[in-house]
Write a protein that binds this ligand. Structure first.
Ligand code: NAD
Length: 513
């Protein structure tokens, strides 16, 4: 159901003003109609352009990287638990200004207030994790084969980390990287998506305030304003020791080899094409909720969005009917309106891609069971609201193997469980997957054989917690961020052999002078 209440342009402006000012950024000087900027700032809620930001240039990028490098020379000398205090303070400032920063995310990414606040909560959570991690950057000690010797592995700050991020998680992805990179002793230069620069400026301003309050170098965190051309400068700059890039597979395919060319390190978090298997023993009420949130939430614009449903043929009809019925109750419209669950697509290109994919699906034998059409076109001609679509497919045709960044759920049937898992695995991407089942053996079999970086049981594909490592395999890029051992990506490892024997025995019994 379309919810026709759209905010007036002044209401959007007010959200931006409040959000930026809570982060200590003056809206008027940053963004005025008269400003000479070239980078448009747009809200997908109304499609309105809020103004233009002055972008970075190759010269200013180079200066900012130099400043980040100078800050690194100081920052690396600060003990890790003391570094943790900056991140702790950032987490507190984020807690204090959660709602206002979430307002910026709503304006730029079109997320509902609940999802936008959830994104900021993730930032707060990773700050807590990183603070604890700052006392646990541990290495191993190992027995040496030589008497009177000790072997150990130690971890050291790496350098300047470049972060490139996507529009759909405008602030959380930055914090996953930055909170850990900072406690690891690195400094960070961030090129946010050109579609969500204001959220980035706000989030980064809070971090710079935290740094200043703790007496840390302000240039430990810098934002670059610009589009992919500015991102490419980070990709090619040898001063960037690690480039962490989140976005489409297309972007990763360009960025990965270029960073490798200069022997830089990269961490890639790319597109997903996530599936859920629903077995006959599944609790269907639970599966229904899990599926609908994962497939239609965030208007299908999460990397972990559920795009493929693989249902046992015995329950396919019942479950599909229930999903279609649930979709019809979803309230679509401006995320600023009460009760809306599905906000806008990011832009016209996203809408066109969705329409092309639906046409291709039908040409490949698909049947659209519900949704797919545009709504609110008259009220907001420059915004792109759509009804989430459910499409029954005869099999995993070429369009199903692609990630379309919009709410399209392809439904396929299986009869043999292993064949269902094979379908799950038979796409180029490998981010997230799920099984709904009450059969323990099936659940374990799924965990052992699903080839994605995230594999869930009785829970949807999206909405990960920061405690576990986040990332995917195959074309998703192989990178891991957030919890467990991901901090190691932001450090340089050394193996040290210490000789306290007073002799000089050589390894492997080699004889020399
Ligand atoms: P995108 O690839 O268009 O852009 C992502 C970022 O990369 C932007 O900041 C952009 O300016 C920059 N960029 C693009 N090409 C570049 C190049 N050649 N060199 C340097 N920088 C370049 O992606 P998007 O539309 O913003 O986001 C949606 C995509 O991101 C989806 O595919 C989604 O699955 C993926 N994503 C993945 C994750 C994950 O953790 N795996 C998280 C969020 C989004």
């Amino acid at each position: 159901t379309a919810q026709t209440q759209l905010p007036r342009p002044e209401e959007i402006q007010e959200l931006v003003r409040t959000g930026l000012s809570a982060c200590g950024v003056d809206f008027d000087s940053l963004l005025s109609a008269e400003s000479s900027g070239t980078l448009p700032v747009r809200s997908p809620i109304t499609g309105q352009t809020l103004g233009h930001l002055p972008g970075d240039t190759p010269d200013s990028v180079s200066r900012k990287i130099a400043a980040a490098q100078a800050a690194f020379e100081q920052w690396r000398e600060v003990p890790a638990p003391v570094r943790g205090r900056v991140v702790q303070r950032w987490g507190r400032l984020l807690t204090e200004h959660k709602e206002e920063l979430a307002g910026l995310v709503t304006v730029e990414a079109g997320k509902t207030p609940s999802e936008a606040a959830g994104e900021v909560q993730e930032m707060i959570d990773i700050c807590e994790l990183a603070l604890g991690q700052s006392r646990q950057l541990y290495g191993k000690t190992l027995p040496s084969e030589r008497p009177g010797h000790r072997l150990m592995e130690t971890w050291h700050p790496l350098g300047v980390v470049g972060v490139i991020s996507a529009f759909n998680f405008p602030v959380a992805v930055y914090s996953w990287n930055t909170a850990l990179a900072l406690v690891c002793g690195d400094t960070v230069v961030w090129k946010p998506s050109e579609l969500s620069t204001l959220s980035a400026i706000g989030a980064s301003a809070l971090l710079r305030r935290a740094a200043e309050e703790q007496g840390a170098p302000a240039d430990l965190a810098t934002v670059l304003v610009g589009d992919r051309g500015i991102g490419e400068l980070l990709v090619d700059d040898p001063r960037i020791a690690l480039l962490s890039a989140t976005g489409s597979v297309r972007m990763g395919r360009e960025v990965g080899p270029r960073v490798a060319q200069r022997f830089g390190r990269s961490l890639l978090e790319l597109g997903g094409n996530n599936a859920a298997i629903v077995a006959p023993s599944a609790d269907l009420d639970l599966a229904l909720r899990g599926v609908v949130f994962a497939a239609a939430g965030t208007a299908g614009q999460r990397c972990t969005t559920l795009r493929r449903l693989i249902v046992h043929s015995d329950i396919a009809e019942e479950l599909t009917e229930r999903i279609v019925a649930a979709y019809r109750t979803l309230s679509i419209g401006s995320p600023t309106a009460e009760g809306v669950l599905v906000g806008p697509l990011i832009n016209e290109a996203g809408f066109r891609k969705m329409q092309e994919s639906l046409e291709a699906a039908v040409a490949q034998g698909g049947e659209v069971l519900c949704g797919g059409g545009r709504v609110l076109a008259e009220a907001a001609p420059e915004a792109y609201y759509v009804e989430p679509a459910v499409v029954r497919m005869p099999g995993q045709t070429p369009i199903v193997e692609e990630e379309t960044f919009a709410p399209i759920l392809y439904v396929m049937e299986y009869t043999d469980f292993d064949a269902g898992v094979e379908l799950n695995n038979a796409v180029p991407q490998g981010l997230s997957s799920a099984v709904f089942t009450s059969d323990l053996a099936e659940a374990e079999r799924f965990i052992a054989t699903s080839d994605t970086g995230i594999a869930n049981v009785n829970i949807g594909t999206s909405g990960a917690e920061i405690g576990g490592a986040f990332g995917g395999n195959k074309e998703t890029g192989g990178g891991r961020e957030s919890g467990t051992d991901s901090w190691q990506a932001y450090m340089r490892q050394a193996t040290n052999t210490i000789n306290y024997s007073g002799e000089l025995p050589l390894a492997q019994g080699v004889e020399f002078i």
